[in-house]
Write a protein that binds this ligand. Structure first.
Ligand code: PHE
Length: 367
C-alpha cells in the first residue's frame, strides 16, 4: 500500500518522480475497487482531512518544502488534488454503471433464447399395451366394459362357479377387506383377483348377444418378484351368442395375437382348468424372440404361455338365466390375459417392478 514519502530532494525531476509514483498508486487502487463500500474506503483514504493521502502530501511535501521550492511543490500539489478528485469521481461512476449494467442484464428479455420445454409425457407401457389390446378387439366389434376393483365374494368367486371352500380359490391368493365377518359370505368385500367378475356384471346388465372387452386392475396376495406383482392388470373378453363355438374362440384369439405381435405369430391351445369355463385352455403363442426355434426366453420350448380361456361354463349362465342366458340356447367364450406379461414381451422389459417405480429413465424410453 502506498505511503507518502518524505522528500529531501526538491529538484523538479525528483518532484516529478514523486508525483508519478503517487499517480500510479492512485490508478492501481482505483482499478481494484469492487463496489460501493470499496469506493468509500478509497475516497476516505485519499481525501480525508485528517491523515488522508492528500493531507499528508500537503504536510510532508508542501509545508516541509524550503522557501525556494514552495512554488514548484505548490503547483504540483494543486494539480495532484484535481487529478485525485477526478479519479475518485470516475471510479464512482464506473461502479454505478456496472451495477446498473448487471441489473439490466438480469432483466433483459432475450427473444432468441429457446423457450422452456414442458415435457408432455407418454402413455405408460402397461397402459399402452392395454389400450392396444382393447383397440384390437374394438376393431372386431367388441364394446368396452369396466367393473369395480373392490368386489364382493359373489362376483369374484361364487357366480364364477367357485363354490365356497372350493380349492380352486386357493389358486388366486386373495386380499380380503378387513371387518367383513358379520356379512353373509357372498357379500364380503375383497380386492378382485381377476377381471372375470365383470363377465357376470355385464350379463346382468344386458341380454345376449354380448361382445365385450374389459380392461382393469387386479390384486393378489403374491410377493413381488421379477415377474409377479401384487397389483397388476388384465384384459378380459367375453362373447355370448347363438352357436358360439371353440372355433370362434381360437379364431378370435389367433387374429388378436397376430395383430398384437405380428402376422407370423402362431397360437396353440392347451387343456387347462378354470371353474367358470368348460372346456378350459391355456393359449400359447410361438416365441416372439426366436420364432419358435427355441431360446432362453421360451425355455427352449418355442412357445410362450399368454392367457387363460375357455367356453363359458353353463353353471355361470345359470346365475344370469333370468336375463336371457339359457345355456341350452346360447353359448359363449371368455378369455383373460395379464397385461404386464404382454408388455414385458412386447417391449423387452426385464423386471415387472420397472413398471411401478416411476423412474423416468425407464419411462422415457417409451417416448
Ligand atoms: N380369470 C382367469 C385368471 O385370472 C383367466 C381367465 C379368464 C380364464 C377368462 C378363462 C376365462 O387366471
Amino acid at each position: 500500500m502506498y505511503t507518502v514519502p518524505k522528500l529531501d530532494d526538491y529538484s523538479p525531476q525528483a518532484l516529478d518522480r514523486a508525483v508519478a509514483d503517487l499517480f500510479a498508486a492512485l490508478e492501481s487502487e482505483s482499478r481494484a475497487l469492487q463496489g460501493e463500500a470499496d469506493w468509500k474506503e478509497f475516497r476516505d483514504r485519499w481525501m480525508a482531512r485528517k491523515n488522508g493521502v492528500l493531507t499528508q502530501v500537503n504536510d510532508t511535501w508542501l509545508k516541509a518544502a524550503p522557501g525556494p521550492a514552495k512554488r514548484e511543490v505548490g503547483q504540483r500539489v494543486n494539480q495532484l488534488k484535481a487529478r485525485a478528485e477526478s479519479a475518485i469521481e470516475e471510479a464512482r461512476n464506473k461502479i454505478h454503471t456496472s451495477a446498473a449494467g448487471s441489473k439490466l442484464a438480469s432483466e433483459r428479455l432475450d427473444i432468441s433464447l429457446p423457450g422452456i420445454q414442458r415435457r408432455t409425457g407418454v402413455k405408460h407401457p402397461v397402459l399402452r399395451a392395454m389400450d392396444e389390446i382393447v383397440s384390437i378387439f374394438k376393431a372386431m366389434g367388441y364394446s368396452i366394459g369396466e367393473g369395480p376393483e373392490v368386489e364382493t365374494d359373489y362376483y369374484n368367486f361364487e357366480s364364477l362357479n367357485f363354490p365356497p371352500n372350493h380349492p380352486a380359490r386357493d389358486t388366486q391368493d386373495t386380499l380380503f377387506i378387513a371387518g367383513q365377518e358379520q356379512k353373509p359370505a357372498r357379500d364380503r368385500l375383497l380386492m378382485r383377483t381377476h377381471t372375470s367378475p365383470v363377465q357376470i356384471r355385464v350379463m346382468e346388465q344386458q341380454p345376449p348377444p354380448v361382445r365385450i372387452i374389459i380392461p382393469g386392475k387386479v390384486h393378489r396376495n403374491d410377493p413381488l418378484d421379477a415377474t409377479h406383482s401384487p397389483v397388476f392388470h388384465q384384459v378380459e373378453g367375453l362373447a355370448v351368442d347363438n352357436n358360439i363355438t371353440f372355433c370362434d374362440l381360437k379364431g378370435t384369439l389367433d387374429r388378436a395375437m397376430k395383430a398384437l405381435f405380428g402376422s407370423s405369430v402362431k397360437t396353440r391351445f392347451y387343456p387347462s382348468f378354470f371353474p367358470f369355463t368348460e372346456p378350459s385352455a391355456d393359449m400359447q403363442v410361438s416365441c416372439i424372440f426366436c420364432g419358435g426355434k427355441g431360446c432362453r426366453k421360451c425355455k427352449n420350448s418355442g412357445w410362450i404361455e399368454l392367457l387363460g380361456c375357455g367356453m363359458v361354463d353353463p353353471n355361470v349362465f345359470d346365475f344370469v338365466k333370468q336375463n336371457g342366458y339359457d345355456s341350452s340356447k346360447i353359448s359363449g367364450f371368455a378369455f383373460g390375459m395379464g397385461i404386464e406379461r404382454i408388455s414385458i414381451l412386447k417391449y423387452g422389459v426385464e423386471e415387472i417392478q420397472l413398471f411401478y417405480e416411476g423412474d423416468v429413465r425407464f419411462l422415457e424410453q417409451f417416448a
